[in-house]
Design a protein around this ligand. Structure first.
Ligand SMILES: Nc1ncnc2c1ncn2[C@@H]1O[C@H](COP(=O)(O)OP(=O)(O)OP(=O)(O)O)[C@@H](O)[C@H]1O
Length: 300
């Protein structure tokens, strides 16, 4: 991990007028691939925009390596590449032309630019498409080109916001593999609401919920949050509505007048419920639901 950089976030708060989008977040992100997980509206994009110097915090500190994002935004920008959620593409340019243009905006010297553009196109497996217009690209190809532009200038940190939304399963896997490969020698921060994206690739992750940090640790530790609390139940349809409101439902399917479901419950919800080994999605739901439950009724 010769080019990875550490991120330190200390008591970071962001208010949009009276609305608190981030509430005193403290988090240390080591090198490698780190996931930021949370439902829509949790505050992930707000956090990424502060990290990438596009948005000023209300209070607290963020350091990328040795540089503070507020005191030294220029130095931070030189060290990072960002693929935002709504990255705009120049549809009538070729992949090469687009990267050449972005390279110029990133101050990559003209004498090095062609070589760098070709190198990044090779890294994201798009070299053969260099002369093709971006408007003809598939969603997966566009996202890989988005990563290519983030890689220009050879940054130590790559920040990616919800990159697999809208990709088909094959493209999603290909994209995740690309990020894992990139994380071998730099820090990659991946924000997503798709648990499988994190499961496949991240060594550490944080969960944001309603602007608060509700988990920080390894994927295994997140799975442990649901240990002993996941149950499979098989109930007649008329008994289902009562259960459905009482316990958080992880998944359900109708089977011939019966409902088969996975539930979260601290104790067995009733005789005959089968305990199940949890997965990462269960751990994530347990963390999110327990923050809900603390405010409402305790399940189990
Ligand atoms: N400019 C703004 N003014 C007011 N509220 C905002 C602004 N930007 C974001 N918010 C609110 O802050 C909260 C967090 O938004 P944010 O976009 O950071 O969440 P997110 O986790 O990235 O969700 P998504 O995946 O939907 O983008 C949301 O409730 C959102 O409505």
């Amino acid at each position: 991990m010769e080019k990875s950089v550490k991120i330190s976030i200390h008591q970071l708060t962001k208010n949009y007028r009276k609305f608190r989008a981030l509430d005193s977040i403290s988090l240390h992100i080591p090198g490698g691939m780190f996931g930021l997980l949370g439902p829509n509206g949790a505050g992930k994009t707000t956090l990424l925009r502060i990290l990438t110097t596009l948005l000023a915090p209300t209070s607290g500190q963020v350091r990328i390596g040795e540089f503070d994002v507020v005191q030294n935004p220029g130095a931070v920008r030189q060290r990072l590449g960002y693929l935002p959620q709504d990255f705009g593409f120049y549809r009538s340019l070729t992949a090469f032309e687009m990267l050449d243009y972005i390279g110029a905006m990133k101050n990559v010297p003209a004498s090095l630019r062609k070589e760098q553009v070709m190198k990044t196109l090779t890294e994201v497996n798009l070299l053969e498409e260099a002369r093709r217009k971006v408007g003809t690209f598939s969603g997966g190809m566009r996202q890989r080109l988005g990563i290519a532009q983030a890689l220009l200038g050879n940054p130590e940190l790559i920040v990616v916001d919800e990159p697999t939304a809208g990709l088909d399963p094959e493209e999603r896997i290909r994209f995740r593999n690309l990020l894992s490969r990139l994380a071998q020698d730099r820090t990659v921060l991946l924000s997503t609401h798709i648990v499988a994206d994190i499961e496949a690739s991240c060594t550490g992750l944080a969960v944001l919920y309603q602007g608060k940090l509700v988990f920080n640790g390894t994927p295994e530790a997140l799975i442990d949050q649901a240990k002993g609390a996941v149950w499979q139940v098989d109930v007649p349809l008329d008994a289902w509505p009562k259960l459905e409101v009482k316990y958080p439902v992880l998944s359900s399917r109708m089977l011939n007048r019966h409902m088969q479901a996975r539930l979260l419950a601290i104790h067995s919800p009733f005789n005959g419920a089968q305990p199940i080994e949890p997965g990462l999605e269960d751990g994530y739901m347990a963390v999110i639901k327990s923050t809900l439950v603390q405010k409402e009724v305790h399940y189990g």
